[in-house]
Design a binder for this molecule. Structure first.
Ligand code: CA
Ligand code: CA
Length: 295
């Protein structure tokens, strides 16, 4: 064989080796995220449909885990295990997750939001993380009374915003360094309080059943003084509704005589409409128009 030909073969071999190692590199470029769904590590390869059943999808660009269907497992795995910082879990529609271990454990700050999520096991928050539940309905009803509902490790934070949360478990909501509710309130137990890192019943024990209910759509309890038509804002239409009311003309279905009675005197009179007009004209009014009342 002539030397030039040998050189040519060597060059081709070198080229092939290079191509092989490039393809090996691209295979190795699969990224594994700190997210495990029922024992399956989430990677850049499977993120679009993690379990191959269309239920769980992770978007790296949105840092969001989408859940869009019911899922039941016989395994002893946690269903969702996350270490991703600031992960959002977005529930699409009404979804139920059912398993034998905790439904969810996070060791990093996480927001849950979206539709309605029903779990038969609890949520565990660890490592000082903050769990934020925002604009969703969450139900946890566990028949295994060794399982806690929504639980931290003592130094974690729980924040519930404009959401309805119903938890029935051995200890419903406990072991958080703080629990904050915005636009929602504890409605069960009736005298439930947030104290000692938990939601306690009137007897001072961690409640086994907790219901947190979203406040009215305007995010306040009761009503705004002067908001006669109940739309969450005080404007000229409130004065108009009062005038129609006094003239025995049709008013909106949401007409609120308590909100309309600005001065708290003689029920609803033309004076109340006048106070609203003065308020809208930035003139002095002796009553707290536009402020939340009642509730
Ligand atoms: Ca209004
Ligand atoms: Ca009045």
């Amino acid at each position: 064989m002539r030397p030039r030909r040998v050189l040519g073969i060597l060059l081709i071999c070198a080229l092939l080796l290079t191509m092989l190692s490039v393809s090996a590199l691209s295979a190795a470029a699969v990224v594994e995220y700190e997210l495990i769904i029922d024992g399956v590590a989430v990677t850049s390869d499977n993120a679009a449909d993690i379990l191959g059943n269309g239920v769980f999808a992770y978007s790296l660009s949105e840092n969001t885990l989408f859940i869009s269907g019911d899922y039941t497992t016989d395994s002893d795995n946690l269903i969702i295990e996350s270490g991703i910082m600031d992960l959002t879990i977005r529930v699409d529609g009404e979804v139920s997750l059912s398993g034998n271990n905790y439904a969810l454990r996070t060791i990093a700050d996480m927001t849950m939001t979206g539709g309605t999520l029903a779990l038969n096991r609890g949520i565990s928050v660890r490592n000082g993380a903050t769990l934020s539940i925002v604009d969703m309905d969450l139900m946890i009803d566990t028949d295994d009374m060794s399982i806690w509902g929504i639980a931290g490790d003592g130094s974690e934070h729980l924040s519930v915003t404009r959401s309805s949360v119903t938890v029935s478990a051995e200890l419903a909501i406990c072991n958080f360094s703080d629990i904050t509710l915005q636009g929602c309130d504890i409605t069960d137990p009736a005298d439930g309080v947030i104290r000692s890192k938990a939601i306690l019943n009137a007897g001072g024990e961690v409640a086994r059943m907790v219901v947190i209910s979203a406040a009215d759509p305007h995010g306040i309890s009761g009503y705004l003084l002067g908001d006669a038509d109940g739309n969450g804002d005080v404007d000229i239409s409130d004065a108009t509704q009062i005038q129609r009311y006094l003239a025995h003309m049709d008013t909106v279905d949401t007409f609120d005589a308590s909100a309309a009675d600005v001065d708290g005197a003689d029920s609803v009179t033309i004076n109340d409409a006048t106070y609203i007009q003065r308020y809208l004209a930035h003139m002095a009014v002796d009553y707290p128009i536009g402020q939340p009342m009642g509730g």
